[in-house]
Ligand binder design. Structure first.
Ligand SMILES: Nc1ncnc2c1ncn2[C@@H]1O[C@H](COP(=O)(O)OP(=O)(O)OP(=O)(O)O)[C@@H](O)[C@H]1O
Ligand SMILES: [Mg+2]
Length: 237
């Protein structure tokens, strides 16, 4: 059974149809990339999956259970977590306190301690800076904290919205390595939204290109990297 199944999903903002009936699935242990340019509907899709925007029609199922009417918190309890575009950290709180915000649905203290240990192992820079104010970190370090905060919910399906945006190449490589480790070592399913199509296609098993709220190309990462349309539209070659 797919980890996540999205069928004919539509998201509207007033008269604007931002997502126009897209369908896709995420299998257990898979990295799925959603690529596309500004305004394609990538973030709207993730927000709809997380329950942060209403869906106009269609269905979202996680391991067979319909999520359409479920509140975000209960989706988190079912294993979904989102690291949002633009990171959305609390700049005047410490790194540790920002991480703990992500654990509000987690009950046991030992679970919280285990998650912190895993995040610190994944991102040693986050451990080094745990007592610093989040606002004093570099953009790349803040991105690591935002991913860590999502991991605090102990997700089975992690959604990352533009983790490489505005970040120095060296740190992008560290974040890419962390995404691969989460997938390969922990078996985590991941939806990776990126404007950096080259990066996303390299990391992903399955990929979808979105344009104006519609899926215009599907294939595995290697297929889309070789696709003339994708190369011209998203890779600039
Ligand atoms: N809250 C909102 N109210 C009205 N329109 C919105 C809202 N959020 C997004 N939109 C519009 O919906 C469309 C899709 O936006 P969305 O943020 O999903 O795109 P995106 O693919 O994530 O783009 P980007 O790469 O710039 O982040 C855009 O035309 C955008 O202007
Ligand atoms: Mg976006």
């Amino acid at each position: 059974m797919p980890m996540l199944e999205v069928d004919q999903l539509v998201v509207r903002y007033g008269p604007l149809e931002a997502v126009r009936g897209i369908s896709f699935a995420v299998e257990p242990g898979e990295i799925v990339a959603l690529i596309g340019s500004n305004g394609a509907g990538k973030s709207s899709t993730l927000k709809a999956l997380m329950g942060l925007v209403d869906i106009a029609s269609g269905s979202i199922r996680m391991q067979g259970t319909l999520l359409n009417a479920q509140a975000s918190a209960s989706r988190v309890s079912r294993g979904l977590a989102l690291s949002p575009e633009g990171r959305r950290l609390f700049g005047r709180m410490t790194v540790l306190d920002n991480l703990l915000v992500g654990a509000h649905t987690v009950r046991g203290r030992s679970d919280i301690q285990d998650s912190l240990k895993e995040i610190y192992a994944l991102f040693p820079r986050v451990y080094e800076r745990r007592d610093q104010l989040a606002g004093s970190l570099s953009g790349g370090e803040q991105q690591m904290v935002a991913i860590g905060r999502a991991l605090m919910a102990r997700p089975t399906l992690l959604m990352l919205d533009e983790p490489s945006l505005g970040i120095a190449p060296k740190i992008v490589a560290e974040i890419a390595a962390a995404i691969e480790r989460l997938n390969q070592q922990a078996g985590m399913s991941i939806i990776l939204v990126e404007q950096n199509a080259r990066l996303a296609l390299k990391l992903s098993h399955q990929a979808y290109a979105l344009e104006h709220g519609e899926i215009v190309r599907t294939g595995n990462g290697a297929e889309l990297l070789a696709d003339p349309f994708v190369r011209k539209a998203y890779l600039g070659v």
